[in-house]
Design a protein around this ligand. Sequence first.
Ligand code: ATP
Ligand code: LTN
Length: 337
Amino acid sequence: MEQQRQEKKQVILSGIQPTGVFTLGNYLGAVRNWRAMQDEFDCAYFVADLHSLTVRQDPAELKKHSLEAFALLLAAGIDPEKSLVFIQSHVPAHAELGWILSCYTQFGELSRMTQFKDKSAKHKDNINAGLFDYPSLMAADILLYQADLVPVGADQRQHLELTRDLAIRFNGIYGDVFKVPDGYYSKNGARVMSLQDPTKKMSKSDTNQNAFISILDEPAVIINKFKRAVTDSETEVAFREGKDGINNLMTIYSAITGKTMDEITAEFSGRGYGDFKMAVGTCVAETLTPIREEFSHLMKDRAYLQEAYRKGAETAAYVAGKTIAKVKKKVGLLPVK
Ligand code: ATP
Ligand code: LTN
């Protein structure tokens, strides 16, 4: 028994919203690390389409982005033979547990979420209940799979804390129902900033195309965007306070090449920003090219993609089904049979 327990891999779960084509930030900050975790852990990754409904979406675009997001996960090396990969809305237990958990989440707790405050300031005309309740659904995503670890960026830390609080609260009332998860904030998870305003994070929903690198951008486009990246009026490639633009480019270069900041400074000593930008653009283009090619190959094979997400939904429904059945029983919902 003890041996069996040791052999069981820890469960990892994370999600990404289909709000656009993934950026270099999503790749270096999240998906690349998800790929690296597949051998060591029992991983589940999903496209959080229900979450993206919290901001008004064009139906045709959402459908397109959801399929693309699924294909991008596979193209970036998430292997459906190793990991559970699926689309959130294909597994009704997410919405069911989301509702149940929202009845255990306090108004005050949700009011304190900085993402809610930020997004409601950004979408003043559509501050809907889903946007407010976003964290209860996210908690459901995580708790359904009894996840041990949740790799997310620091922006999601508050949601993770709330998930832990909800799990502890629920277990306190009904006994051991949920595994209490930990956030996993990888040291390798570079935080990539906007190329046009390096004090803001690079975001796939940015309206300025030059602010982000899409992981499907062609090499020439990538190099052009790096050439135009906002820097400062100095010439030394050095990681220093106040040099946000250069710091960001150095972070990207370091995340891809594995070089330290000192090594990068030495490499570009006396060469100026032009050469450095070219080098960053080139290494990013080289990293993204195989993903772009694999993506275009996958998108030509709809039958394969459909079968992959169908299988993912089936397995996910089985795993999530066990938890939701237990929850319904605990809270006293009358079973159909
Ligand atoms: P949106 O633009 O719609 O707000 P987003 O690009 O911020 O989306 P999410 O779907 O919210 O992306 O996040 C997916 C994952 O990528 C999360 O784990 C998040 O922390 C990570 N991530 C997003 N942007 C960056 C970034 N610029 N640098 C590093 N990691 C990032
Ligand atoms: N809120 C996350 C996306 C997300 C998620 C999750 C991440 C939805 N459900 C469950 C981890 C676990 C985001 O915006 N990055």
